[in-house]
Design a binder for this molecule. Structure first.
Ligand code: URA
Length: 435
């Protein structure tokens, strides 16, 4: 008879686990037969000893098969999905869903909520009054057929073992492990049924992967798993050394996403959206090359067609489409506070995780899995890496309804900024790709 104790010990000693042993762990943990303390010990053993490619693929498929698989075959065309490994100020999904749908590629997307210092698309969408993220499978498919795009929250039925393990990893310091992230992301993506997958693997101070070497390793592991099960998968490795764009926090990010669809978005956000969007069009068969994809996307942005698609998409999911022109309809915080620069010079770096934590303390994120979120809370950065500042000038503006944490958060934001006399070298945003 198999025992969880022996499996933990085997991995602790650095030995390879069989497919049966991995299935035994996932099935037992999913059903409640294996307790959290044994699962936690197992995760820590994996964190230090790793999993080889075969073990990682087995873990992924076991988590994928722990629940239902979405059935998207009723939607004609190549369905393409996109997933980011998590960042700060990362509102690319809000932009890419209408943009790629406007180019004719059907987007049937399941997204997550924010956890830890990183934000989640579902919370952002919920800041739009009336927006419903809980469509029934039939409604979901019907909407993609009619509008070209739908986004729903990950349900408990989809890769439930991942949902449970992710929450456990979050509180046992075992999130930032290549095989565990690869299994978590790919089990969900495979279960949610898309034909092709574009991954945005973030690297830097705001990402789970802090160096290029581990980011490329993670990308390779995920792409190999996707391709092995017949889903064309491409990963872009992109910089998360400072927040993406200027806005961090749910409603604030929705406004920045709308501005981007109006062609007035920040350069870094625009660059990432074009790179990911062009790859999505290529995989969906809507462009012959990424260059052609970029041109199509730029046309859809300039002609206002992408913005029109956003309005259609919001209305289809019960939201108020007039938010696209009237930002006052979105939740707004009662209070704002300017944060002055503590020094003069060039902004040399902005520690993205600290900014993410600051936004969370203002109310934008969850302390615990089920805590409520203040959709209006967050912050707007006035200065990004490479900008010149003078001491006392406003570097960021806090938005909150929670007075008590303002001073503490102000100090964290100031400490996230590093200044230098020399202009810093700006790193490329798209660092590489794996396919
Ligand atoms: N995103 C996921 O879905 N899972 C992880 O483990 C990390 C980022």
């Amino acid at each position: 008879m198999m025992r969880m104790y022996d499996i933990i010990l085997k991995k602790r000693e650095g030995q390879e686990l069989s497919t049966e042993e991995i299935n035994f762990f996932i099935n037992g943990y999913n059903s409640g037969a294996i307790p959290d303390y044994q699962a936690a010990a197992f995760l820590m053993a994996v964190f230090f000893r790793g999993l080889n490619d075969r073990e990682t693929a087995d873990l992924t498929m076991a988590m994928c098969d722990s629940g239902d698989r979405a059935e998207l075959s009723a939607i004609p065309g190549i369905k393409v999905d996109k997933h980011s490994t998590g960042g700060v100020g990362d509102k690319t999904t809000l932009i890419l869903v209408p943009l790629v749908a406007a180019a004719g590629a059907p987007v049937a997307k399941m997204s997550g909520r924010g956890l830890g210092h990183t934000g989640g698309t579902i919370d952002k969408l919920e800041s739009i009054p009336g927006f419903n993220v809980a469509l029934e499978p039939k409604e979901f498919i019907e909407q993609v057929r009619r509008v070209g795009a739908a986004v729903v929250a990950q349900t408990g039925r989809l890769a439930p073992a991942d949902k449970k393990l992710y929450a456990l990893r979050d509180v046992t310091a075992t999130v930032d492990s290549v095989p565990l992230i690869a299994g978590s992301v790919m089990s969900k993506k495979i279960a949610s049924g898309a034909d092709a997958i574009v991954l945005d693997v973030k690297v830097g101070s705001g990402a789970f992967m802090r160096d290029n070497n581990s980011a490329f390793k993670l990308a390779r592991a995920m792409v190999d798993i996707g391709n092995k099960v017949g889903r064309r998968t491409v990963a872009l490795i992109t910089g998360m050394d400072q927040p993406l764009g200027y806005a961090v926090g749910n409603a604030l990010e929705v406004i920045e996403a709308i501005e981007t669809l109006k062609g007035q978005g920040p350069d870094d956000l625009m660059e990432i959206c074009l790179a990911l969007g062009a790859t999505m069009l290529l995989l969906a068969g809507k462009a012959g090359s990424t260059d052609e994809g970029r041109k199509k996307l730029l046309y859809l942005l300039e002609s206002g067609k992408a913005l029109e698609k956003l309005e259609e998409f919001i209305a289809a999911q019960g939201g108020d489409p007039s938010v696209v022109r009237e930002y006052w309809r979105l939740p707004a915080a009662k209070m704002t506070m300017d944060i002055p620069a503590p020094a003069s010079g060039f902004v040399q770096a902005i520690h993205a995780e600290k900014i993410g934590r600051a936004a969370m303390m203002l109310g934008a994120g969850r302390e615990k899995k089920d805590s409520p979120v203040d959709l209006s809370a967050g912050l707007i950065l006035n200065k990004k890496t490479g900008d010149v500042v003078t001491a006392g000038e406003t570097i960021a503006v806090l938005h909150t309804n929670n007075l008590s944490s303002l001073d503490k958060v102000g100090k964290i934001v100031q400490s996230a900024y590093a200044f230098s006399e020399k202009r810093p070298e700006l790193l490329p945003l798209v660092i590489g790709s794996v396919q």
